[in-house]
Design a protein around this ligand. Sequence first.
Ligand code: LLP
Length: 390
Amino acid sequence: MKGHFPIDKFNALRTPFYYYDTEVLRRTLACIREESSRYENFHVHYAVKANANPKLLAIIRESGLGADCVSGGEIQASVKAGFSPEKIVFAGVGKADWEINLALDYGIACFNVESLPELEVINELAAAKNKVARVAFRINPDVGAHTHANITTGLAENKFGIRMEDMEHVIKAACAMKNVDFIGLHFHIGSQILDMGDFVALCNRVNELLDKLEAHQIRIGYVNVGGGLGIDYHHPNRQSVPDFAAYFKTYATHLKLRSYQTLHFELGRAVVGQCGSLISRVLYVKQGANKQFAILDAGMTDLIRPALYQAYHKIENISSESPLQTYDVVGPVCESSDVFGKAVDLNEVHRGDFISIRSAGAYGEIMASRYNCRELPIGYTSDEMIEMEG
Ligand code: LLP
């Protein structure tokens, strides 16, 4: 089954562009709200890194989610979209001084700190402003996730977080500092996780650490388990909204949260992934030695996931109902890796047909580059399309 697209409106637009179906986004957000509010103390933040398009940020903010940022730029984008600083958390292994100062000036909810040297700098910069920064430590839980190696983050070999064995030492250091307030722990094991068992493994590890802290009479109110819930790239229509019920229930069942603790989530892909498609036109159909190529006007500069992670995205010819033929679907960029899919069955392709590359709402537009001096793709919402002259 193909997606539903307002092709009559597409005719007037320059391709490639991102098309965001706000009905899918709103349904996703409603599901997050419904399923997370079953549990007291669950707070969901949107991981802005997945997509910082201002029109999407505004819709996400309206739904009541907080924001998880990894740069000063993301903090600025979130504040501009109306997120209240009390709902902004700030992570990242390499926070620059200006970014820390910006976050201190806004008075964000929490810095997710990834090393002792970073903690020292936050303390120093907060002291200079006569402020106290709330900090949580990102602990590397050494829990693997069954996902692509490039997007696994919770293993001991990754650059992220503080080693478990260093946790107590760093907490002691924080308690001795005047301008930081140690409030809790932060984790994130990876992205595009579909096996709930991976989250159970994280819960078990967090339980161990919470017990350890309690044994040392260290009381923390804030526990942040990051994001990572995956989406169904193969069936964007059948499962347009991820299984948030199972996701939140996994944490509610397996994490031994104390009554005074709040549990925070940082979901990116699961929020915006399915609402976005990259729309392009076919430039040429070219016959190769033993295959045919559909050459699109979109390339790896618009959506880098297939080239970078060998990621699968469903590809559809939304202009044709002709019988299927097999194509390698490629872009115009001067790199052999500029391939969206090999041996893809598409309704027979002609120059000018619209091709949709589905499930591209997360880590699509935001990762676009200007390589080959190409223009950045524009993002349109379905709401805007309705208003456009057709
Ligand atoms: N929290 C932290 C600390 C993170 O590092 C990430 C993602 C998230 C939350 C959100 O994770 P999500 O819910 O979206 O899985 N560009 C890659 C994904 C990189 C993810 C980086 N960290 C991709 O296109 O697959």
